[in-house]
Design a protein around this ligand. Structure first.
Ligand SMILES: Nc1ncnc2c1ncn2[C@@H]1O[C@H](COP(=O)(O)OP(=O)(O)OP(=O)(O)O)[C@@H](O)[C@H]1O
Ligand SMILES: [Mg+2]
Length: 259
């Protein structure tokens, strides 16, 4: 089983955080204990999908990196949040657990990381300690777009990497960079997810083009979806739409990851 799974994209806004939250939730629905860590310290956001407010964040990843707490103290059990939907909507609460390790959303704390940096070795220790202390089956790492110290670290320690891209010429070129780096770092498993695909395109052609371009398995081609846009990060899609075609494609991806 893949213990550490990173989700990357070279460019921003491809759908990394949504993919991370959805796959984590689907794995928890399979009964697994899943950690989700937001390493997008410069522009964190995945806590919004899990409905974790700023007031509820006891400790963040920043506190751990500054030696204020243990890494396991930054973990928030957000499993029950997945069942909180719009009135009258019955949502699926996973059998397993989802623990979120958020990055701080406080201006001063983001500025401090940008100004002073942090010890990347400590982040590496934190990943492994989280798996051990929380007895996780899987740790998923959501990242900042492009290549920087924490993305390189997360690629290098991952058992599996999901590279998210849109069918856009800028993404095609940038994804090539991420795939090349991942190959140099010998990531055992790598999957491409093509997201926000316009419905007028032939999805098989899109998959074939990405597969040929990167010589890498295309695990899912997902449509640009009005439901996803309307949800607008106000929840985790697969918990809201458990039988949606997008959920079924993401479920296949989740199962491939833990094979
Ligand atoms: N398949 C889709 N169809 C429509 N909208 C989508 C789809 N996937 C994601 N989105 C929307 O795109 C926006 C960006 O998604 P998300 O935050 O997951 O991307 P990201 O790659 O994490 O962005 P960043 O690089 O800023 O971290 C969100 O508003 C989300 O709701
Ligand atoms: Mg994101």
């Amino acid at each position: 089983m893949s213990k550490i799974i990173s989700v990357h994209s070279f460019r921003g806004g491809t759908g990394k955080s949504n993919t991370t939250a959805n796959v984590a939730t689907l794995l928890a629905m399979e009964g697994l204990r899943v950690g989700v860590i937001d390493t997008d310290i410069q522009s964190p956001g995945i806590h919004v999908l899990f409905g974790l407010s700023e007031e509820e964040m006891r400790y963040s990843l920043n506190d751990y990196l500054w030696g204020k707490c243990e890494i396991q103290e930054t973990a928030h059990d957000v499993t029950s949040h997945l069942g909180q939907g719009v009135a009258g909507q019955v949502l699926v609460i996973p059998k397993g657990q989802v623990y979120l390790i958020p990055s701080s959303i406080k201006v001063g704390e983001i500025a401090r990381v940008l100004r002073e940096g942090y010890d990347v070795g400590l982040l590496n220790d934190g990943f492994h300690e989280l798996v051990e202390k929380l007895d996780l089956d899987v740790l998923m790492i959501d990242t900042h777009p492009g290549l920087n110290e924490e993305t390189l670290l997360s690629i290098s320690i991952s058992d599996a990497l999901i590279v998210v891209m849109r069918p856009d010429q800028q993404d095609y070129q940038g994804t090539g960079v991420t795939v090349e780096v991942a190959r140099k770092l010998d990531v055992p498993k790598m999957f491409i997810v093509v997201n926000k695909t316009p419905s007028i395109l032939d999805f098989d052609d899109v998959a074939a083009k990405a597969q040929q371009t990167y010589n890498c398995e295309v695990a899912a081609v997902l449509p640009h979806s009005d439901e996803m846009m309307t949800l607008a990060s106000n929840g985790v899609f697969v918990a809201r739409y458990p039988d949606h075609p997008i959920t079924n494609k993401l479920r296949s991806l989740a199962r491939r990851l833990i094979e």
